[in-house]
Write a protein that binds this ligand. Structure first.
Ligand code: HEC
Ligand code: HEC
Length: 299
């Protein structure tokens, strides 16, 4: 009996030591990913100053979801508030107190938005720069010209914290936490893109959907979903869109009402954002989504 207890005791100690070593290893590797620095030079871009370009920049900020995450006044707010996953707020990207962009040059904007890198050279957290990396110089210029006109909002945010589960998901590649590591830092965005009803322009725009509908558009639950939120829909030809017409697709993106007669919650599927796509853009998205391979998500 005594020896059994003794061996059980030893086993327990061994398990605890293994657990501690694994935990330390996890912290060590994820910290080195989090603190990795990137030295990326970006080409200078001249911002437009005319009213039409600035107005178009406001529309780009909407269809790209900047004000969705950074809150409508761009002062930032809670993105994730889960001690296990992480506590991450979106930055204040206005000139007010608590601003993350005060003193930003156009190159700093470029590194943050299209590369996912902050002025200290580290990766931002959660900010989906892999969706914006391909933004043309022209549209990026319009966007930043507009961002420089938004009114100041005074709002401070704590530094982001990553929880234990967040670190496990980061280490196993299941949480797109560090955008700088996910952007191809050697790729160069196009100078401009032709806004035509084409598969190519649809592909260009569709990066605004991948954060929720997944890079292969097969949908599924998103990391910041509230309990009870529906999963993002499957937008591939294996999903409900195969039964729709383009007009029905347009109605969903404009009004949130699906051909099946459901009204989608704008807090969940942001049709307040997608309603600002032009007819041509919706057509291009439709053509692109028809051209991609059908994917049935693993459940
Ligand atoms: C999915 C949510 C999300 C979307 C969409 C998003 N952001 Fe962010 N953004 C974040 C988060 C979270 C941070 C804070 C990152 C950090 O503190 O490491 C951030 C940080 C930033 C920063 C960096 C500030 C700094 O610390 O240097 C800038 C600039 C920025 N965002 C601009 C934009 C613009 C412009 C858009 C639209 C093209 C946009 N963001 C879209 C979540 C988002
Ligand atoms: C913030 C996350 C998010 C973003 C960004 C997003 N969606 Fe969605 N979308 C959802 C969720 C979640 C649902 C499912 C809503 C439901 O079932 O009530 C959905 C549903 C849909 C539907 C309806 C499917 C159906 O069966 O009725 C369409 C169409 C759609 N999204 C298209 C798009 C397109 C196109 C984009 C990009 C331009 C996009 N979404 C961007 C989260 C998102």
């Amino acid at each position: 009996m005594k020896t059994v207890l003794k061996w059980l005791g030893i086993l327990l100690v061994v398990l605890v030591v293994i657990g501690l070593l694994a935990g330390a290893g996890l912290f060590f590797t994820t910290n080195s990913d989090i603190n990795k620095t990137y030295d990326v030079a970006v080409a200078p871009i001249t911002l437009p100053t005319d009213a039409a370009s600035i107005e178009e920049g406001a529309r780009i900020a909407t269809i790209r979801g900047c004000n969705g995450c950074h809150t409508p006044d761009f002062g930032g707010g809670t993105f994730l508030n889960d001690p296990m996953l992480g506590v991450i707020e979106t930055a204040n990207i206005t000139p007010g107190e608590g601003s993350a962009v005060s003193g930003y040059t156009v190159e700093d904007w470029d590194r943050a938005v299209r590369r996912g890198i902050n002025p200290e050279g580290k990766s931002l957290m959660i900010m989906p720069s892999y969706e914006f990396a391909g933004l043309s110089d022209e549209q990026f210029g319009q966007l930043i010209a507009y961002m420089q006109t938004v009114p100041a909002v005074d709002r401070e945010h704590p530094d982001p914290k990553v929880g234990l589960l967040g670190r496990v998901l980061l280490a196993t590649g299941q949480l797109p936490l560090l955008p700088a590591a996910l952007v191809d830092q050697t790729a160069k965005a196009p100078a401009s893109v032709a806004p035509t009803a084409s598969v190519e322009y649809g592909a260009y725009l569709s990066t605004a959907c991948i954060g929720c509908h997944k890079p292969d558009f097969s949908g599924g639950p998103s990391p910041d979903a509230a309990p009870g939120d529906p999963p993002a829909a499957n937008l591939t030809p294996a999903g409900p869109l195969s039964k729709w017409t383009m007009e029905e697709f347009k109605t969903v993106l404009r009004t949130g009402v699906s051909p099946e007669g459901r009204t989608l919650d704008p807090e969940v599927m942001p049709w307040m954002m997608t309603q600002h796509f032009t007819d041509t853009e919706i057509e291009a998205l439709w053509l692109y989504l028809q051209s991609i391979p059908p994917v049935v998500p693993k459940s």
